[in-house]
Design a protein around this ligand. Sequence first.
Ligand SMILES: *Cc1c(COP(=O)(O)O)cnc(C)c1O
Length: 366
Amino acid sequence: MPFIDLKTQYAELKQSIDARIQAVLDHGQYILGPEVAEMEQKLATYVGVRHCISVSSGTEALLIALMALGVGPGDEVITTPFTFAATVEVIVLVGAIPVFVDIEPDTYNIDPALVEEAITSKTKAIIPVSLYGQTADMMSLQTIAARHGLPIVEDAAQSLGATHHGRRSSGLSAFGCVSFFPSKPLGCYGDGGALLTDDDNLAKIAREIRVHGQERRYVHSRIGVGGRMDTIQCAIVLAKLERFEWEIERRIALGQTYLARLRGSNAVGLPVVRPENTSVWAQFTVRVADRSAVTESLKNAGVPTAVHYPVPMHKQPAYAGLCRVHGSLKNTEEASETVMSLPFHPYLSDEIVEKVVDALVAAVDR
Ligand SMILES: *Cc1c(COP(=O)(O)O)cnc(C)c1O
């Protein structure tokens, strides 16, 4: 059984995907071809914001967001250490200091109360990460950010399609940054990403930064990057968007099945989805006490697992000396030692879910 099944998805969508790729080969506009604008417009509509700027990866989206907001040397950006490195990397790349606060132990997302405590006169932005497919408490974060006049950049790499109080993830703040990395909820066949925003001025700036800070051809009014997303990758996202709503529904249903079937086992710590949220389950992540033994017995039962993430960012060699830690990171440290992600994708059958659950329950009871 695969951890994430891209082959079945391709088999289901082959006609549209092949036709979309062929159309690009036929017109030959590989850079900023018509599929780029079409994909941006469809995604903006889906999320419910005015602007979508496609870029070369989720990481690039985060970098461009910080550049567009003018975050630079000496500034502080408050975020969570329980994330993929990209969130933190971009803060350091613009010369700013990552300030880490702890997560909530049940959702694994940043704790808004700690964010407010960590704000100083140097704070320039807040980056909550919508980990495993569920947004952080964006409503509380927005209230806090507004009180201090700070922008929020949502790292929505794992949460496209999720909702918070009925509104879509990535459309809840100054910028929402999504990733089309193949294994994300909406993936292309290479690297890709996008920024979403309702702010006309920020959208214009991000668009300029994406292409070397050009206001017009060969007029570079700001420092930029080479950050465009390929036309072919946008074409693939367009084909996959046709099935995305169905996939999200399937993800939500499978998440509920996993939760219902695992509820009986006291030795498996289950993820919590807040009532105001839906999760797209980019990862279905549980907690177990003896992770290496459980991983081993699942492996022997033919069940692949993964750890997101085993070493938090404040303990990574590259960032340990460059970050500021606000208060205790106990929840983060406990999570990094106990979390384990199970096979999850919209083409998972109920039989496979049963098999995973049986293997997991047997492994923790051992
Ligand atoms: C995948 C991911 C990114 C980076 O996206 P890429 O498209 O791989 O650059 C950033 N943040 C989080 C939380 C991610 O999961």
